[in-house]
Design a binder for this molecule. Sequence first.
Ligand SMILES: [Zn+2]
Length: 368
Amino acid sequence: MASDFMDFCVWHQDPCFSISKAYDILMKPTCNPSSSHWKIIWQLVVSQRVRLFLWLAFNAKLLNNQERHRRTFAASAVCSLCNDFNESVVHSLCDCVVARAVWDQINPIDISPNFYRYDQSNWILHNLKLSTFSPTMKTSWNITFAAFCWHIWKARNDQIFNDTRPSSSTTSHRSMTCVTYYASCKVSAPPRVLTMSTIQWSSPPAQWVALYTDGATCLSIGFASIGGLLRNNFCTWLLGFNRGISVIDAFKAKLWAIHEGLCLAWNHGFELIQVQSDLACAISAINATDAHASVFPLARAISALQNRGWAVDFLWIPREANHAAVALAKYADHSSFSLMPFDYPSFYVQILIARDVDGPPYCKTSVY
Ligand SMILES: [Zn+2]
């Protein structure tokens, strides 16, 4: 909104204005999704903020003085660093004396002979398409170009808005550091693969009893709890438990849950136990050869339990296969630290156990 101008009608589409016509116009796509320009910018191996910056620059949406003046945010469109020309995208990133001093440090015309002679959109597109290997920078020119543009833009903003004056060699050095990093990413980044797997309950060996445990912590209310259950190899419920604990630490809570479950199993006379937990580091701490001397008192206590006259194995399982124990831990009584044994599962836990046996299996998506 500018007070210097008279209000005037901007509706030029149709002699008769209506809200629905204005809505239709606003909803029309303003870009072509099949345009190759998308790929050139968004597939560039640079950080996401640099891609976004390049996209804005390509579409002349950078808030330089020319654009700010067009939006009536600034009194003048002239470059406030050199005061010679309008501050367009090409001027701010290429032609301005401040930008030119940075580019001159790497002689862009060696690779892109018409570097200083393009208009805005062509200048950006031409250089981003140019994947010629730059021996000086040890990577492709488009990566070098992107990093330099970004740091020139940042240096300009620092100079104009923060009153700091990074020298051209400092800006050039920052850009080159960035280029080196992007080059290493390009070499080492493996292709990302999305995989989906299904997870279902797996029974312990015949005659063995499976112990499932979990610990739940809630920092906002300062409460932690543990829970677990024992099932035979037919998935039949044997017993369950939960209780509040005084340690609000997820790792220790999970160890505590295993210890409590093993004590319960020992007291009930079970002799073959397979402990299934979804915390890999807890399993590692317990399975370590020096677990008896672990820095974690609970790992030492579990190791001592394991060495009693029974067989105890530990197995890592995905969290999706541990829903019943998660529920038991989560819904412990917050007003008590006493152990609550359960001879029968609650209705909700019954549903989770039934799903373990009858399905449908849980789905897990992973990116490698
Ligand atoms: Zn300038």
